[in-house]
Design a protein around this ligand. Structure first.
Ligand code: AP5
Ligand code: MG
Length: 214
């Protein structure tokens, strides 16, 4: 299974990705998570990316294209992968197609999670994430058992620095301007599965599994 999951900020890409990679035993490749890891480790890439991410705008194409190209050629991607948050521009999609051609492989499906704009800001600002395992919660729709503590490992939860109302609004606009054209791009390739992301988490997972099993 070679998959892409696409959708606006707060649509539930990371939440659903965790379930998909468990079912299909494929690696979850999130460019957002990779960039945040680089920021945490103060790498050259992290230092360059941070300014863009704090503003809610995209990191330049050449930087993310490079990390994805390197990542998808690793051994654990031999039987597939799930790309979350990449591609995000038409230039990224074109370069991914060229890279897949070079490797002699094809995408199987592009899962497009559709959620109304007014739901997105609330979902993002009430998101909390585990510092250690990356599990994602929501203080309204998907709270941990104990306040601010991860169910998996007892570690404290944190709020992403780009989950402020202002930055989320910028990220939504950036999605509409630069990423949403990919919906037509992949529809034209016959790869798109439209998923109603306004439903609850289990319902969305069921829709995705049904689309992939077809
Ligand atoms: P990234 O980390 O990819 O952020 P994003 O696309 O803005 O998406 P999010 O992670 O915010 O949302 P999500 O869809 O994963 O939602 P989640 O499942 O967590 O990118 C961050 C930044 O990195 C970008 O702004 C950019 O600067 C840079 N970047 C990354 N990739 C790049 C690229 N390719 N090119 C250039 N720059 C790049 O869910 C959200 C919340 O809602 C959670 O609390 C969750 O519990 C809850 N929730 C989920 N589903 C439901 C549901 N069905 N009902 C109710 N609540 C739900
Ligand atoms: Mg995410």
């Amino acid at each position: 299974m070679r998959l892409i999951i696409i959708g606006p900020p707060g649509a539930g890409k990371g939440t659903q990705a965790a379930k998909i990679v468990e079912k299909y035993s494929i690696p979850h490749i999130s460019t957002g998570d990779m960039l945040r890891e680089n920021i945490k480790n103060s790498t050259e890439l992290g230092i360059e990316a941070q300014g863009y991410m704090d503003k809610g705008v995209l990191v330049p194409d050449h930087l993310v294209i490079k990390i994805v190209q390197e990542r998808i050629t690793r051994d654990d991607c031999a039987n597939g992968f799930l790309l979350d948050g990449f591609p995000r521009t038409v230039a990224q999609a074109v370069s991914l197609d060229a890279e897949l051609d070079k490797l002699g492989i094809k995408l199987d499906n592009v899962i497009n999670i559709d959620v109304d704009k007014d739901l997105l800001v609330n979902r993002a600002i009430s998101r909390r994430v585990c510092n250690k395992c990356g599990a994602t919660y929501n203080i309204i729709s998907n709270p941990p058992k104990e306040d601010n503590i991860c169910d998996n490992d007892g570690e404290p939860l944190y709020q992403r620095s780009d989950d402020t109302e202002e930055t989320v609004s910028t990220r939504i606009q950036v999605y509409l301007d630069q990423t949403s054209p990919l919906i037509d791009y992949y529809k034209a390739q016959g790869l798109l599965s439209d998923i109603d992301g306004t439903k609850d988490i289990t319902d969305v997972t069921e829709q995705i599994f049904k689309a992939l099993d077809n």
